[in-house]
Structures are given as structure tokens and as C-alpha cells.
Design a protein around this ligand. Sequence first.
Ligand code: AMP
Length: 283
Amino acid sequence: MSDLVVARTRAELDAARAELEGPVAVVMTMGALHRGHASLVRAARERARSVLVTVFLNPLQFGRGEDLARYPRTLDDDLRLCREEGVDAVFAPGPDVVYPDGEPGIRVSAGDLGAVLEGASRPGHFDGVLTVVCKLLQLTRADQAYFGQKDAQQLLLVRRMVRDLDLPVEVVAVPTVREADGLALSSRNTYLTPFDREVALALSRSLRAGAEVAAEGPSAVRRAARDVLRAEPGARVDYLVLVDPVTLEDVPEHHRGEALLAVAAKVGSTRLIDNVPLVIGSA
Ligand code: AMP
């Protein structure tokens, strides 16, 4: 098991960072770590010499009425997982460390791509995400940053930010980790009652149904996925889309090639998202 360094302040982070051999990978999280996060760490360990995990519940990316107050805080367990996974250092700052002057007056704008899908339901969310990702990249000076496909729009926007703002970091995507029954792992799954959890399976089931008919074209994919969700009225669908993975625009019926089937729905009091990358026109 590794000798884990835990930094709470900028000075502690700088001291820890100075000891890390490069290339250094960063895995950014909001805590309540699970096997999905562990998979990011494992991917990072394969390619980087040192792995730094950030655990920061970023208030800037939560809207009013969202779940910031009830978001699970499990730092001791998080540190245990990091130790078991061979993480070298954890940066777990409070909001006053990341935002010493209060809410930042200057932020990264996610632009048009940040205003659709998740951004349409959560105004300002991606500006908050990109601002903290940018800050954590500066603070950690990581060479590589690992993000989950589970948050496909976030991954796309981070890639765009890195390219558009010439940030000196390599972004690496990691596939979504699921429970055996298909449910995508999420820190928010802890909100689900046993009943909700059954209902929540409709999301991954609908994505699978869509993926199974990818060879038949976009309308078949949309129909198959929609039918599964319609059969589960307990899942209150926010969006179910089949989009171009780069522009996030709906793919036309003649589209062949890569596409992203993405869903967001409220189950009980919990908002869940999931997605699957597809190749339209091939089995
Ligand atoms: P979060 O703590 O939810 O902000 O997630 C931190 C990172 O872990 C993000 O890059 C997520 O996309 C990634 N992640 C969350 N859940 C999963 C999962 N089930 N599989 C793979 N990566 C995940």
C-alpha cells in the first residue's frame, strides 16, 4: 500500500507536488469515491509515474436548489480507497483554499456547448466546472488529467477548454464503470431508495436497447431507447438524445458513424445521467 500524502492547503500541495516524479496525472473528484473513480486512478497509474487525486466539492458548479448540502462527504473512506489504489497524493482543500477571495469574478465560459443538455437544465454548471478544472490544473501542474466518459459533456468541454485555451495537459477519457445490473456508478446513487434503484435501471436499459439497434440508424435507436423509458413512468426524463459527440447536435437520419446516446432523468429526488457512445450503421 502506498504512502499517501494528504494536502489541505496550497502550501501543503506545493510541498507534496515537489516530491512527485513526473509525468504526474491528476484525477479530479468531488469525493464519495467509488469504483468509477478507482478506475480513473488505475488508468492514470498505467501511464503516469505519479497520481494525484483532488477531492473538492466545488460550490461553483451547483445551482440553487441543487444537492450541494446533502452531497455525501466521506473523506476518511476516500483516503482509504486512494491508499488501496496506490495514489501518491490527495489534495482535499476547502472552498476558502480554492476561492480565497470568495466567488471568482473571472471565470471560464463554457460557451454554446455548455448551454445544451446538462447545461440547459443546470445554468452556469459548466462554467463552474471548467473554472475549477482550470484552477486545479494550474495548482497541481499535472501533465495528464483523467476524466470519466460517464460525464460525456463535461469530458468534451474539458477537451475543448484545453485546446481553446492552450492548457499544457493531456486529457485522457476512461470508460464508464457500471454495476453488474447496468447502473452506472455515481456518488449520487447513495440517494436512491431500493425502489428508486430499480426504477433507475431503466436509464442503462434504454441505452442498451438503443445500442442494440445501432445498425438500423438514428430513428431506430431513439425509438428503442424511448420505449424502454416510457415503460418506466417512475423515471422522469429530462432528455434522451442521440447527438454528434463533438457538436452535441442531434444526428440526422442519414448519419452513419460515431454518435452519443445520452439520457438524464429524475428518479425520486435524484437526478441521474448516463450515456453510451455508439457507431451508427454498424452492429
Ligand atoms: P465526480 O466525483 O462525480 O465529479 O466524478 C469525478 C470523475 O470521476 C469524473 O471525471 C467522472 O466522469 C468520473 N466518474 C464518475 N462516475 C464514474 C463511473 N461510473 N465510471 C467512470 N468514471 C466515473
